[in-house]
Design a protein around this ligand. Structure first.
Ligand SMILES: [Cu+2]
Length: 113
């Protein structure tokens, strides 16, 4: 009887361990999903164009090391229309960016030196 109990205990222990391991590697876990989401990045660049009709801002930005982007000029979507009136073409700005593949959405624009 003692042996049977020991075997049972061992078997349940093995089951629990296997379940934990599986859960830890499940990418659909809420915690993992959050971790996989790209965080906002910060960039610095000069505004080359603003299109209030399309809601876009073109920035000649410096390299953004946090997300591995080299320096380049590109057009971004603006998160809100207010961002497009916060600065003007030719201004050097610090901007918040929600990257999405090779593009992204600018979430903030503040003057930079
Ligand atoms: Cu770019």
């Amino acid at each position: 009887m003692k042996t049977l109990f020991a075997l049972f205990a061992l078997a349940s222990l093995g089951t629990v361990t296997a379940a934990n391991a599986q859960q830890a590697m499940d990418p659909n876990m809420p915690g993992m999903e959050h971790a996989a989401q790209p965080a906002d990045a910060q960039g610095v660049g000069v505004i080359k164009a603003i299109d209030t009709a399309k809601g876009t801002i073109t920035l000649q930005h410096e390299a953004i090391k946090a997300i591995g982007w080299p320096a380049m000029t590109m057009r971004f979507k603006a998160a809100s229309p207010e961002l497009l009136t916060a600065a003007k073409v030719g201004d050097r700005v610090r901007f918040g960016l929600k990257p999405n593949g090779m593009g992204g959405t600018v979430t903030s624009v503040t003057p930079a030196n």
